[in-house]
Design a protein around this ligand. Structure first.
Ligand code: GLC
Length: 588
């Protein structure tokens, strides 16, 4: 357990337009190397198991495949990997529709394979984190079947409602709530003669968190996997767990229109003030944190962590960190680089995005940086493939936790998935004209290992989603041996192990036309990231932004792939010429 609450941003100096000092740094504490718990400077790596490595030639990734590639995770410096769901599932939402929370999907393996994965991972010093999907189950889950049948104890396991009658006496859903995947969030069940709530696909009924038995059951799920050696959980779709309480007649209010779109089936047609971001959900996360802490007290071992998936407003997100009296999640995902920037963003936007999180984060907490995941377009496709190194370098030089989605270290790009090839319910529930706006398939194409069949992902050329044809260049084997995104990433990971990046202060700001500068300093030693966000060359004076306080001599430590600069070369801080999209880590 961590003993030291220095582990924070105390002493971190934010310097964007005005210097802000967070917390007071007692000079005597800096002279000793502070302690950090394992996760506070960890490099997390998300594996989408279906697409990582197929061990049995069925064209679908599996657990044995992951186990066979653990050395790769070591090679790229991963501390802990979080796996998208591997539980039994009819795969309506590729595992986010769970039919049995206590067992493994056959095509991924079985509990023995999972035990083997944990054992092998732990023997290599790697931690494994599972996806915990609390908001819903599959309609094929036995709990749902029992609830449909009104079996004793399960009557209210899900959110049921009789529905309403329209003017002509036809049955209609209870209200206007919309599912995330288009259309009403209510589905009629013939057998039970009621509607059930599903905020995601029809096959993903929402569990009823106002039923204490549901809360207890889901805690059993957590304990079950803790007993099997997981180091924590990434918690799925957290803001959806609780809905507003029904009124005295058992009715739920309509949600107001957002004004964002005229598309009445699109979930963003409504403002989700009754179906998301409820205060009870925050308290639920605190309860899960307590469960993890209690587990550690009883069973020992390292701190178990919670990673929270939420795209909500920052004031809500920050509550997940906990409050004065109660611990929350260690890592409420910071999605600001996903939500607020793209290839068209102005350079100063990058600094603003960093500031958004650091300014809002409660004192004493650890920041984290997420650039992509299985629900988003690839980083190189969103920010432009010329900025792949820039994005990885930003993520790695910033303080705290880094979270990489598999393949971003290689600069994998979106696969081109046609309507006919689409698998994702978010795409398939739409139509050929608009599916590109919703599809998440492009970021889920198989991992690119080498130039053999199916990019080395499978021996089967027919993979569940097609391999991106750019695998001939973009693959692990190739990138190991050349100047590559992978090698830049690996060097950044090495740098993250230094005291400067673990414990250092941060100053950041802009110079020149569009050059982002991030400086980390510890005990007089600095690393400075200089990244030309723009597609035009620029010559900058690094000391021109006095708040960054850059002086003295600096040498090139890590250049981006296309940089012509040599490692070790001295640079002239008053006149640093940068090519388009060039990024450098400099050292003092
Ligand atoms: C989360 C998952 C996403 C899934 C949804 C419903 O947002 O990341 O893939 O479809 O929750 O479980």
């Amino acid at each position: 357990m961590k003993s030291f609450l220095f582990l924070t941003l105390s002493g971190i100096i934010l310097s964007l337009w005005s210097p802000v000092v967070l917390g007071c740094q007692n000079p005597s504490t800096v002279t000793n190397t502070p302690q950090k718990d394992w996760w506070e400077t960890a490099q997390f790596y998300q594996i989408y198991p279906r697409s990582f490595k197929d061990s049995n030639g069925d064209g679908i990734g599996d657990l044995k495949g992951i186990t066979s590639k653990l050395d790769y995770l070591k090679e790229i410096g991963v501390t802990a990997t979080w796996l998208s769901p591997i539980y039994k599932s009819p795969m309506a939402d590729f595992g986010y529709d769970i039919a049995d929370f206590f067992d493994i999907q056959d095509e991924y393996g079985n509990l023995d394979d999972f035990a083997e994965l944990i054992k092998e991972a732990n023997s290599k010093g790697l931690k494994v984190i599972l996806d915990f999907v609390p908001n819903h189950s599959s309609d094929e889950n036995v709990w749902f079947k029992k609830s449909v049948a009104r079996e004793r104890g399960y009557e209210d396991f899900y959110v049921w409602h009789d529905g309403k009658k329209d003017a002509n006496g036809n049955r209609i859903p209870p209200n206007n709530w919309l599912q995330a995947f288009r259309g009403s969030a209510w589905e009629w069940n013939e057998q039970r003669q009621q509607y059930y709530l599903h905020q995601f696909a029809v096959k993903q009924p929402d569990l009823n968190y106002r039923n204490p038995e549901v809360v207890a059951q889901m805690k059993r799920v957590l304990t079950y996997w803790l007993d099997r050696g997981v180091a924590g959980f990434r918690i799925d779709a957290v803001p959806w767990c609780f809905e507003v309480k029904a009124d005295e007649n058992g009715n739920y209010p309509d949600e107001p229109l957002s004004g964002f779109t005229d598309d009445k089936d699109d979930s963003s047609y409504l403002r989700h003030i009754y179906t998301q971001d409820q205060p009870e959900t925050v308290d639920m996360v605190y309860q899960w944190r307590k469960l993890l802490d209690d587990y550690q007290r009883i069973h020992g071992g390292d701190t178990r962590v919670l990673l929270i998936e939420t795209y909500s407003g920052l004031d809500y997100v920050m509550q997940f960190y906990g409050n004065k009296t109660t611990q929350g999640a260690q890592i409420p995902f910071n999605f600001q680089f996903i939500l607020n920037g793209n290839k068209d963003s102005e350079p100063k936007r990058y600094a603003e995005i960093i500031k958004m999180w650091l300014d809002k984060m409660p004192a004493g907490k650890t920041p984290n940086w997420v650039m992509g995941n299985h629900d988003q377009r690839r980083v190189g496709s969103r920010y432009g493939k010329e900025r792949i190194d820039i994005m990885n370098m930003i993520q790695m030089i910033l303080p705290g936790v880094s979270i990489t989605y598999m393949g971003e270290e290689l600069g994998m790009l979106d696969g081109d998935i046609t309507w006919e090839q689409s698998k994702d319910p978010a795409a398939c529930n739409s139509n050929p004209q608009i599916f590109q706006k919703f599809t998440r398939d492009p970021a889920r194409t198989p991992f690119q290992w080498d130039t053999s069949t199916a990019a080395g992902f499978s021996t089967n050329p027919n993979t569940w989603l097609p391999v991106n044809p750019n695998y001939v260049d973009v693959n692990v084997q190739n990138e190991r041996n050349t100047k590559s995104h992978l090698n830049v990433y690996k060097q950044m990971v090495e740098l993250r192990k230094t005291d400067v990046l673990k414990f250092g202060t941060i100053q950041y700001g802009m110079v020149g036309n569009g050059v982002l500068v991030i400086k980390r300093t510890y005990k007089g030693k600095s690393y400075v990231l200089v990244a030309n966000i723009l597609g035009t060359p620029d010559t900058v004076n690094l000391s021109s932004n006095t708040r960054l306080n850059i002086s003295g001599s600096l040498r090139v430590k890590i250049p981006s792939v296309d940089s012509m600069k040599q490692v070790g070369a001295s640079i002239n801080i008053a006149q640093l010429a940068l090519q388009q999209y060039e990024a450098l880590v400099l050292e003092s």
